[in-house]
Each structure stands twice: as structure tokens, then as C-alpha cells.
Design a protein around this ligand. Structure first.
Ligand code: BGC
Length: 701
């Protein structure tokens, strides 16, 4: 591993003192003016060779940063790309829980700290660019890369993506991806997503805009088409919306290898960098400029965007923190454990027959036995093995975590290859913990590797594997103290067995410290506080249409909780839902004023009391809706949230605010945002279920 200090890394761009905006501009202009056309065009593509680097990469992907635009003559280091989002994909970096799990923490501060750790590790491993702020909206839980994003809601996605960006950008450039509407995996290279303007603006783009407002350095275009045009050459998305309307000052990078289709269209329509090799840019782009087909001003604009960001980041960071010891350091492992603890969602926790208290946290008598069942209990199951794979040097499995934690009881393990054998083990124990769910073989990035079978891709089922379902049903018959722990990247349908078990915990892919975190939760050393970042439906019929192998699909306005609210149906577990070992009471919801000007701010207060007998954390969620708008609209949409910790008996008043302009709808006639004068309902509580929400009204004048 080579660790370089700041000045060496940044070549001619390094400075002692931070540069002002004007100085950055001057420096970029100065470099641009010294470049030949060939050098300019070189800035706009990955430096890798398709043959010399591309072929070895099939076996050793993401071992080193992938560079673009290195220019030794002018001392420009170029972009040194590394991937994410589960952590840094090089060396043995810290493997955090996947983004969907982190979405379930609803913890902005934690996500920023994870971003900071990722930034430190990226820099320590020679990268200056992190391509792992994945904020595609989870429209349907079968999406193979669901685990790489933060859930189904634009507000949650935007806030989590912005937090990761803030943390990462203390050290390296961050890149938000995949712009836009990339949420079917197997068809990603061909699918045309059709979407109307209002849906695009209100549902699929707000979280990207949020990251642009956070000053994210780069945006990666998606592979798919939107309304007929490839995202890597989409004039409307790249030029008009992103760069002109939103004022994005960073650069746009293509998704890798298959993200560009035409030299002229991509260059003209705002794609600044082709990754990771020059297939359509490089010499081809240079010739188009020489023939006058692509104006040199277009090239200059792209190069300036790339240079500005590199110059900006050459002065960012904390060199003392970079080095081999920072990679997977004790502090970062502790952070991975904290994230796993906060991300696990307690879905069900009933008393078993005859008992008074809920089954969890487990109370195992001294000298008693815990039967741990299922192959996944003994597997390092950290998620997808595609571009987001992080190579942790050691993953704490549930088996290891529970064994370490079991001070005065015994853990007996059965992988349950044969259900009969698992039942035998379960009969011998006071409590049974079954670990079930998915692996990288069931869901993930879609790869047809040479000489090996297809892995990952979109999920072929939303229920557990049949073996898991049969196992749970059989275990429930022999030992009623049964906890089902599910692993996976998004929603799982539990209808076949949910009523037969007292306790269910969603553990996602919990990262390299997941086994410790799981033991912490099961044994009550940590109180669960995760909340679902996506709806867990009862049936597939509760979801929008999804097809994995598809050439064209329409993305409508409704999905997730908005769709269920609209159709009046109730899911198995609602968006925002998650239980605790304590209970919370919400009361006294009050707006500061019931009349809010259209350029004003809605301010709400609510009191929350921990009514149980252990400390706990709760996520206060605020939704707003109006049925008085001139357009069809959802019952409610998440607009704010806050996580807080409360001691038993403690009451706190939480103040939340929403600027009125964030309640605007997109008017497709005027092509602009309109804050409608109407009566609005505001709902505040512990989940999106109406039974968990207090409500009141206010009026926008
Ligand atoms: C993925 C991107 C990733 C890139 C580089 C692509 O296949 O879609 O998310 O950043 O590879 O690894």
C-alpha cells in the first residue's frame, strides 16, 4: 500500500494556504491555457487501457484507484477513482453496513461520520475521488442494487446522500450516482424508463438536487435511457436540469464501460468524463473538434469543471490522519458497529405463549443454551460482490458475535442444511435464533463474468427461500422462543410465517462488525432503534409493476408508502416503522402558527416521552400532505425527521421546520414549482402508519 502525503499527491495543484474562489478559477484557467487539444481531451477520459488494464480488471477489480486525466507535464494528478458505498473498495478497508441499512438509522450525523471515515481511508489508499454516493430511489424491492441506496423516499435519500457527501468531501471528491432513474439492474444497459415531468421532478430528482446543493464534486450518469435518450448523453438531464437550472459546478462522469454511446452527443450534451477508458472520447473526440463538429468551447468548459474540482480538493484534508493505520482502524470498526446497531429494525416483539414480557431482549438463564440456526449465521454476509464489494480482512458473523457475547450461556449451532437436524438442536435450547435471508447470489450488481455463472442481479423473489420458510415454520413448532433474523438488501415478504413467530429482526447486510451488533441487540446491551427506509409489503400486488428483463417501462408517480396511502392498503410493516425495547409517547403537536406565508417556514413542536424503563432512541418523522391542491397528490410525504435519545421517564420537546417552498408541486404547464395556497395536514410520529401519527392543520396563504 502506498501512502502519499498531500503535496506529493496533488502535484502542481498543492498549496500551503487555501485558495479563494477567484484563485481557483485563475489557476484552472492558467492550466487550461497551457494545454494542447490532445491534453484537454485527455482530461476527459479514464487513463486506463481497455486491454492492458481492462482484462486484468476482470479478476482484480477495484484493487487500485482508476485514474482519469493525469498530466505529468503540468503536474495534474487527475481523478483517482475508488468505489463505494459500503466503504472503500480497495485493500482491506472498513466494511460498513450497506446503504439500505444506514438508511434505516435515519441518523444524519452518523452518516456524515461514516463519510469522514471513508474519506480518510480513500485518501490513505491513494484515491482522491469516492464514487459511492448512491442515491437512486428504491421504486421496487426487487432491484438488485437496492442495498446500495438509502430507501424509497426522496427526502431520506437526499439527507443521507448529503451527509455522506459532507463527510467524504472533508478529504476527497464525492460523486453522486446514478443520474437518473436507474433502479432495474438486469436491464440497466438497455432499458428506456418513461416518466412524466412531474414524477421526474417531484419523485426521482429531488435527492440529486439535494447533493448538488451540498456542493458534490461530481455526478455519475446512469446506464439506462430516460424518455428515449441515454443518460450519458441526455441533454435535458445533464445540460438543462443539472448544469443550467441547478447550477451544478462539478463535472459529470459516465458510468463505466457501457455508459457512453456516441462521441458527439455525449460531449455536446454535458458528459465531461468517460470512464474508465477512452472508447468514445480520446482520439475520436479530438477529431470531432478538429473538424469543427464539437466546438472547442465545449471541451474547455468540461476541462475547467474537472480542474476546478481538483484544485478545490487539493487544499482539503488532514494529512496527519492519512496512513496505513487509518484503514480499518479501531475507531472505524467501532463506527461500523455503531452503524450496524442503529440500523437493525425490530419488526415484531411479542411475548411467547404464557410469558408476560416480549421475547426480546433475550433472557437466557445462567448455564442455559441459545440455539443458533441457519447457514447465514456462519457466513461473512456483507452483501453484493460487484463494484461495491469491500474486502474486509475479517467479518464478525452472527455465530462469532454471539459466541463472544455469551458469557454465562452456551451457543449451540446448526447450519440447518437438514431441517430435522436443526429441530433437534432447537429442542435442546431455551431460545432459538434463526438467521435467514439472502446473499450476493440472490441480489446485487448483475455480472456475467467470463467463465463463471451469472451472479446477483435483480431479486427473483420477495419472499424468503422456500427452505428458510419451511425451516421457520418447523422451528416454531418445536420451540416457541424463536427469533427470526433476516438478512437482505431491501423489503422481504413475510406472510407465510410472520404470525407463527414472536420476534423478527431485520439485520440487512450489517457489515464487518454485524455479528457483534446483532449480539448487542439480541441480548439487550443496545436498544434497537432502526426504522424501515422502505415499505415491507404484504404481497407483490401492493407494489408498482416491475420486470427485470425489460426494454421499456413506465415509472409512475406512486410507489412505496405513497402508493399504499393512495390505494388505502396496509403493508406488513410500514415505511418508517421499527420497535424498541422501550415505548415512546408523542403528545401536544402544535404549529407555531397555523398560517404560513408561501415564502415562510412551517414550524412544529411536539413532546416525546420515553414511557418505558430503559433508555432508547426514537426517530420523529414529520409528513405533510394536502388534498386541496389543484393537482392529484399523495396523502402525505416525508418532509423532516430527527433522531433523539431519551432516558426512561424523560420528556423532550422537538422542534421541526419545513420551508414552505419544499411543499411545492411541479406545474407542468408553467414548467415551474408552485407553492399552492391551501390547507395542509401535518402528521408527526414514529412511523408512516396513520395509527402512529398525530396530526394537525395549517394554511399556506
Ligand atoms: C457501476 C457503478 C460503479 C462503476 C465503477 C459500474 O458498473 O454501475 O456504480 O461506480 O461500475 O466501479
Amino acid at each position: 500500500m502506498s501512502v502519499k502525503m498531500a503535496s506529493e499527491e496533488w502535484g502542481n495543484l498543492a498549496v500551503e494556504e487555501p485558495r479563494s474562489q477567484d484563485e481557483i478559477e485563475k489557476k484552472a484557467q492558467d492550466l487550461l491555457s497551457q494545454m494542447t487539444l490532445k491534453e484537454k481531451v485527455n482530461q476527459m477520459a479514464g487513463d486506463l487501457s481497455p486491454v492492458l488494464d481492462g482484462i486484468p480488471m476482470l479478476w482484480a477489480y477495484n484493487y487500485r484507484p482508476m485514474t482519469a486525466g493525469e498530466n505529468k507535464r503540468l503536474g495534474i494528478p487527475g481523478i483517482r477513482f475508488t468505489d463505494g458505498p459500503r466503504g472503500v473498495v480497495m485493500n482491506h478497508a472498513t466494511c460498513f453496513p450497506v446503504s439500505m441499512a444506514r438508511g434505516a438509522t435515519w441518523d444524519i450525523d452518523l452518516e456524515e461520520r461514516i463519510g469522514d471515515a471513508i474519506g480518510v481511508e480513500a485518501r490513505s489508499l491513494g484515491a482522491n475521488f469516492f464514487g459511492g454516493v448512491c442515491i437512486n430511489l428504491l421504486r421496487h424491492p426487487a432491484w438488485g442494487r437496492a442495498q446500495e441506496t438509502y430507501g424509497e423516499d426522496p427526502h431520506l435519500l437526499g439527507e443521507m446522500g448529503a451527509a455522506l457527501t459532507r463527510g467524504v468531501q472533508r478529504h476527497v471528491m464525492a460523486c453522486a450516482k446514478h443520474f437518473a432513474l436507474n433502479s432495474i439492474e438486469n436491464s440497466r444497459f438497455k432499458v428506456n424508463v418513461k416518466v412524466d415531468e412531474r414524477t421526474l421532478r417531484e419523485v426521482y430528482l429531488p435527492h440529486f438536487k439535494r447533493c448538488v446543493d451540498e456542493d458534490v464534486a461530481a455526478m455519475m450518469s446512469a446506464y439506462n435511457r430516460v424518455n428515449g435518450d441515454w443518460c450519458g448523453q441526455h441533454e435535458y438531464l445533464l445540460r438543462k436540469v443539472l448544469k443550467e437550472e441547478w447550477g451544478f459546478s462539478g463535472f459529470v462522469m459516465s458510468d463505466f464501460v457501457y455508459g457512453v454511446h456516441d462521441t458527439r452527443s455525449s460531449a455536446m450534451n454535458g458528459l465531461d468524463v468517460e470512464m474508465p477508458f477512452a472508447q468514445y472520447y480520446g482520439g475520436k473526440l479530438k477529431r470531432l473538434v478538429e473538424r469543427g463538429i464539437v466546438p472547442e468551447t465545449v471541451i474547455d468548459d468540461a476541462v475547467m469543471r474537472i480542474l476546478r474540482q481538483q484544485i478545490r480538493f487539493a487544499q482539503v484534508g488532514d494529512p496527519q490522519r492519512y496512513g496505513p493505520d487509518s484503514v480499518a482502524s479501531e475507531t472505524h470498526l467501532a463506527l461500523a458497529r455503531e452503524a450496524a446497531q442503529k440500523s437493525m429494525v425490530l419488526l415484531k416483539n411479542d411475548p411467547t405463549t404464557g410469558a408476560e414480557k416480549p421475547l426480546l431482549p433475550l433472557k437466557i438463564p445462567t448455564g442455559g443454551r441459545l440455539a443458533l440456526i441457519g447457514e447465514l449465521a456462519d457466513k461473512p454476509n456483507t452483501g453484493d460482490k460487484g463494484s461495491s464489494k469491500v474486502r474486509a480482512s475479517h467479518v464478525i458473523t452472527p455465530l462469532e458475535g454471539l459466541k463472544v457475547a455469551a458469557k454465562d450461556f452456551e451457543v449451540i449451532y446448526d447450519p440447518a442444511r437438514r431441517i430435522e437436524s436443526a429441530l433437534e438442536t432447537a429442542r435442546q435450547a431455551e431460545v432459538v435464533v434463526a438467521i435467514v435471508g439472502y446473499t450476493y447470489e440472490d441480489e446485487g450488481e448483475y455480472f456475467t463474468k467470463p467463465f463463471s455463472p451469472v451472479v446477483g442481479g435483480d431479486r427473483q423473489r420477495l419472499t424468503l427461500h422456500q427452505h428458510d420458510e419451511q425451516l421457520i415454520q418447523a422451528l416454531a413448532q418445536v420451540n416457541s422462543n424463536l427469533v427470526v433474523v433476516m438478512m437482505g438488501g431491501s423489503a422481504i415478504i413475510t406472510e407465510a410465517w410472520r404470525e407463527q413467530v414472536p420476534a423478527i429482526l431485520m439485520a440487512w447486510y450489517p457489515g464487518m462488525q454485524g455479528g457483534h451488533a446483532l449480539a448487542d441487540i439480541l441480548l439487550g446491551r443496545v436498544n434497537p432503534s432502526g426504522k424501515l427506509p422502505c415499505t415491507f409489503p404484504r404481497t407483490e400486488e401492493q407494489l408498482p409493476f416491475f420486470k427485470s428483463d425489460v426494454d421499456e417501462i413506465i415509472y409512475g408517480y406512486y410507489h412505496g408508502y405513497r402508493l399504499l396511502d393512495k390505494s388505502g392498503k396496509s403493508p406488513a410493516f410500514p415505511f418508517g416503522f421499527g420497535l424498541s425495547y422501550t415505548s415512546f409517547n408523542f403528545s401536544n403537536l402544535r404549529p407555531e402558527s397555523t398560517d404560513v406565508p408561501d415564502d415562510g417556514v412551517l414550524k412544529m413542536k411536539v413532546d416525546i416521552t420515553n414511557t418505558g424503563d430503559v433508555p432508547g432512541e426514537e426517530v420523529v418523522q414529520l409528513y405533510v400532505g394536502s388534498q386541496g391542491l389543484p393537482v392529484d397528490s399523495p396523502l402525505k410525504v416525508l418532509r423532516a425527521f430527527e433522531r433523539l435519545a431519551l432516558q426512561p421517564g424523560e420528556t423532550r420537546t422537538v422542534e421541526m421546520s419545513v420551508p414552505a417552498h419544499e411543499l411545492a408541486y411541479y406545474d407542468v404547464q408553467q414548467l415551474s414549482w408552485v407553492v399552492a395556497s391551501a390547507v395542509y395536514e401535518v402528521y408527526v410520529g414514529s412511523s408512516s402508519a396513520s395509527s402512529d401519527l398525530l396530526s394537525t392543520r395549517f394554511h399556506i396563504a
